[in-house]
Design a protein around this ligand. Structure first.
Ligand SMILES: [Cu+2]
Length: 487
């Protein structure tokens, strides 16, 4: 991540050139190739076959400079059908990577070209949106550098977190559902459409749960990975004492919310989900050392003036003691082994950070033109998860009109929290449990058990978009709906 000043000037020149050009709307690979591949990694001394998204030189994912277009060719060398979603970016709808909604599946041996303008710098990621491939690590970082930002002198450290299982995720899904069928994305669009009063597609789980019944984890994992490694053999990142580090942490887990634990270090929050915050200390206790990170969310944290020594940066699963992480090390520091189990289980994630992170670039204040309510419904019983009591394909799309300010209040009527992700738009968290806030700009909002969270966004990207829970098993069980623009 050490872009030289010369490179920066090249980037700035490119930015100036870009401004004079019309927006790029057609596919135009700018010499960048990404390949979906199968690869083998070592987890606790055992080989595991997983996916990856690699450049030809082996680099995972992609790093771009804001102002340049997003342009690449995606080749599928994995031997399986797939489709990749650019999480947090706002592509045209036909490049969003949701099977059956934006594009057909990418066949083995085939390639797609992608090209569209980037709206903002930040920490994003890419992942398969097809079936359970994300559980098999079909994901990679997507970093959009801010050319202006290079002068801050922070060294970037990207950390991608995964929950890992040696099992076939289909087997886990079958166990959870008692053999239930998985949502087939590719059938959506041709599927049934009916009023909310119909019976088909009901999840029978719309009853509110009593307080105190929260359930935190559906799946037991074999390991938790930070940049593909466990704490038994963590990535060691060399840092300079006295210099600053920016952590860009991506929760690419299929089914795990984490607390980021900085140990003895104190961090300042720079951004969530790729959108800058006015820097604040952490949202959990102790302040500045614990930060909540739900599935698919990202967090950028600055560590100013690294002290000498070895500094583990940990991620601990909510509701458990298991953790993963990397170690930042200054020269000649002794590296102590960090146990993969913490002494105490971590609590459930909270929304404290939403109250404390003021976005650097908030939305323009404006009354909502349209307010929608979405009940998050379902239960572990039968493992059917839905929205407004229906599974995906069993309801009409949420309807918006271009130019509107739209608010969606999500009301959690289940006994699990749900990280709700909206495609194609960046929203602001504007209400928690009925209290108006000027919360962060995000693409994924956690809705806790018994909680209500309202998001607001401008309908500025016409198309058909997915709105879904980013717990991979919940989504596949039906917790997804489309949002569509009226003609
Ligand atoms: Cu969910």
């Amino acid at each position: 991540m050490n872009l030289s000043r010369r490179k920066l000037l090249t980037g700035a020149a490119a930015l100036a050139t870009m401004a004079a050009l019309p927006p790029l709307t057609t596919a135009a690979p700018a010499g960048v190739t990404l390949r979906v591949v199968k690869r083998s990694i070592d987890v606790s001394g055992r080989a595991a076959s997983v996916f990856g998204i690699r450049q030809p030189d082996g680099t995972a994912g992609l790093e771009l400079i804001h102002g340049m277009p997003f342009g690449l060719r995606l080749e599928n060398q994995s031997g399986e059908e797939t489709l990749v979603h650019w999480h947090g970016l706002a592509p045209p709808p036909d490049q969003d990577g949701v099977p059956g909604l934006s594009q057909p599946l990418l066949a083995p041996g085939a390639a797609y070209d992608y090209g569209f303008p980037l709206r903002r710098p930040g920490t994003f990621w890419m992942h398969s949106h097809y079936r359970l491939q994300e559980q098999q690590l079909l994901a990679a970082p997507l970093i959009v550098n801010d050319p202006v930002d290079f002068f801050t002198g922070l060294t970037d450290v990207v950390i991608m977190l995964h929950d890992f299982t040696f099992r076939d995720p289909q087997e886990i899904y079958a166990e959870l559902t008692g053999g239930g069928t998985m949502m087939d994305h590719s059938a959506v669009g041709q599927g049934m459409e009916m009023g909310e009063g119909g019976m088909a597609g009901m999840d029978h789980g719309a009853m509110p749960m009593p307080m105190g019944m929260a359930h935190l984890n559906d799946v037991e994992f074999d390991a938790y990975l930070a940049n593909d490694r466990t704490l038994d053999d963590p990535e060691i990142v060399a840092v300079e004492p006295g210099r600053g580090v920016r952590l860009r942490i991506i929760n690419a887990s299929a089914s795990t919310n984490f607390w980021i634990d900085l140990g003895a270090l104190k961090g300042a929050l720079l951004a969530v989900d790729g959108s800058d915050c006015l820097a604040v200390d952490g949202g959990g206790a102790p302040a500045g050392r614990w930060f909540p990170l739900a599935m698919s969310q990202r967090i950028d944290i600055a560590l100013y003036r690294m002290p000498p020594g070895a500094h583990p940066i940990l991620a601990q699963r909510e509701g458990g003691t298991a953790r993963t992480g990397i170690v930042l090390v200054t020269p000649n520091a002794a590296i102590a082994r960090v146990p993969a189990q913490a002494a105490e289980p971590a609590p459930a994630l909270t929304l404290d950070l939403e109250l404390r992170c003021t976005p650097r670039t908030p939305q323009i204040a404006r009354a909502a033109d349209r307010r929608l309510t979405l009940d998050l419904t379902g239960s572990m019983m039968g493992y059917v998860w839905g929205l407004n009591g229906r599974i995906y394909g069993g309801h009409r799309p949420l309807s918006v009109r271009q130019g509107e300010r739209v608010e969606i209040e999500m009301v959690n009527r289940t006994d699990m929290s749900h990280p709700m992700h909206l495609h194609g738009h960046t929203f602001q968290v504007v209400e928690i449990d009925g209290q108006r806030i000027g919360g962060p700009m995000r693409d994924t909002a956690l809705v806790p058990v018994n909680g209500r969270v309202a998001i607001a966004f401008d309908a500025d990207n016409p198309g058909r978009w997915a709105l879904h829970c980013h717990n991979l098993y919940h989504m596949n069980a039906g917790m997804m709906r489309t949002l569509e623009y009226e003609a």
